[in-house]
Design a protein around this ligand. Structure first.
Ligand code: NAD
Ligand code: MG
Length: 398
């Protein structure tokens, strides 16, 4: 960890990444390093926010749901913490002066608070891929203007970031993917897959949305877009390779034939600790890699017929930032419909595909141009959600 300790904020402290971030901070504090916590946020889980306050001792805590303000205030009354609720409180959490901000809200809901941190030039540990995906070019421009630095936390992007010694000499990037719980399932079996089966990821324990995305491989599609934005690499120079053991987290192919990869056990505390200490490193206890015990690492091509999400993401990325934002928004709606039992598993990608096709007809002007403001991003996001809701509704009724 760098000599001067960093003050931190955690957006989405009650989620899977948020909890792993608390664990890393507690480990660093146990080594005698002061890690002051400025702000933390939760969606609606007040008891989990109270627990995070007790462990982190932040100055400010916010819940997303404005209706929960008095409940949160009462629950936190003894804790010497300012309490806020609603969208403005989430933005305040990003805006308050922490050196390092973990962006770990799920979905485009994380965009405004993350942007508040980007605009003031903070170090941004970026786990929330959807916010980067929906507004990538605008976010990167704002970061360049403010001096904010995006530190990738998604394990694949963190891996690439760690081995990207010569960005001008990169030939290709390879993102690895576990293949998810349905890697070996037939299409017929996938058609009947239940939400509990889709969220049971073989290697990682994650939030419900990203777990379903891993089962459809939309997560890898979103990560392809994320990598293209973060590492300024066009779609055709990024490959996806299935690697069921989730040990090699991604690879960078250089112009001299060298291929550099980062390996570690599948444990998000490793990339979180890397981002927290960057450009230094810090000692943290994580699941350690034992290659002899694993014995073999295997790789295979993804099956694009059973997993059409990869093709949809590639097409959107080639077509431009508005289509990319629309794809991610439509996917959020489709995943929610699946998790609440309204549609079937294969309907997720069908809804995304049909929503994209519908927008080409009704919103051709909107999705053809690169959004030049966050209001334009919001318009694309809303149009895509509306289209996806309509299609999900008709599939649910069928
Ligand atoms: P999660 O569902 O476990 O947690 C999400 C967090 O966001 C929670 O704190 C929740 O309260 C909060 N939240 C949800 N909806 C909100 C809203 N509308 N407004 C404000 N806050 C809201 O998700 P997670 O697995 O921790 O993932 C978080 C992000 O990190 C996602 O974008 C995911 O793709 C990314 N990510 C996660 C992992 C992982 O291992 N879990 C790995 C790589 C990337
Ligand atoms: Mg990932």
């Amino acid at each position: 960890m760098s000599a001067a300790s960093r003050s931190v904020s955690i957006l989405g402290v009650t989620g899977s990444i948020g909890r792993s971030t608390i664990d890393v901070i507690e480990q660093v504090r146990a080594q005698g390093v002061d890690v002051p916590v400025e702000a933390i946020t939760a969606g609606r889980n007040v008891p989990a926010l109270v627990d995070a306050c007790r462990r982190l001792r932040p100055r400010f805590a916010a819940v997303a749901d404005a209706a929960q303000l008095s409940e949160a205030r009462a629950a936190l009354s003894g804790q010497n913490v300012e309490v806020g609720a609603g969208a403005s409180a989430l933005e305040e959490a990003g805006a308050r002066p922490a050196d390092w901000v973990m962006s770990a809200i799920v979905g485009a809901a994380g965009l405004a608070p993350t942007m508040a941190a980007v605009r003031r030039g903070a170090l941004i540990a970026i786990a929330n891929k959807e916010c980067l995906i929906c507004a990538g070019p605008l976010m990167l421009k704002a970061a360049a203007e403010s001096g904010a630095k995006l530190l990738p936390v998604d394990s694949e992007h963190n891996a690439i970031f760690q081995v990207l010694s010569h960005p001008g000499r990169v030939e290709r990037l390879t993102l690895t993917a576990s293949g998810g719980p349905f890697r070996t399932w037939t299409r017929e079996a996938m058609a009947a897959a239940r939400p509990d089966q889709a969220v049971a990821h073989p290697n990682w324990s994650m939030g419900a949305k990203i777990s379903v995305d891993s089962a459809t491989l939309m997560n890898k599609g979103l990560e392809l877009i994320e990598a293209s934005y973060l590492f300024e690499t066009p779609e055709e120079r990024i490959d996806v390779l299935i690697h069921p053991q989730s040990i090699v987290h991604s690879l960078v192919h250089y112009a001299d034939g060298s291929v550099l990869a980062q390996l570690s056990a599948p444990d998000m505390r490793t990339p979180i600790a890397h981002a927290l200490a960057w450009p230094d490193r810090v000692a943290v206890s994580t699941n350690r890699l034992d290659l002899a015990a694993i014995a073999s690492l295997t790789f295979e091509q993804p099956d694009l017929d059973r997993f059409p999400a990869l093709g949809l993401a590639r097409a959107a990325l080639k077509a431009g930032p508005a289509r990319v934002a629309a794809l991610s928004a439509a996917n959020e709606i489709a995943v929610e419909a699946f998790l609440t039992g309204r549609i079937r598993f294969l309907d997720i990608c069908r809804i995304v595909q049909e929503a994209m096709a519908a927008l080409e007809g009704t919103e051709a002007g909107l999705i053809a141009k690169t959004p030049s403001s966050f209001a334009e991003v919001a318009a694309v996001d809303q149009a895509a959600r509306a289209a996806a809701r309509r299609i999900a509704g008709s599939l649910a009724a069928a």
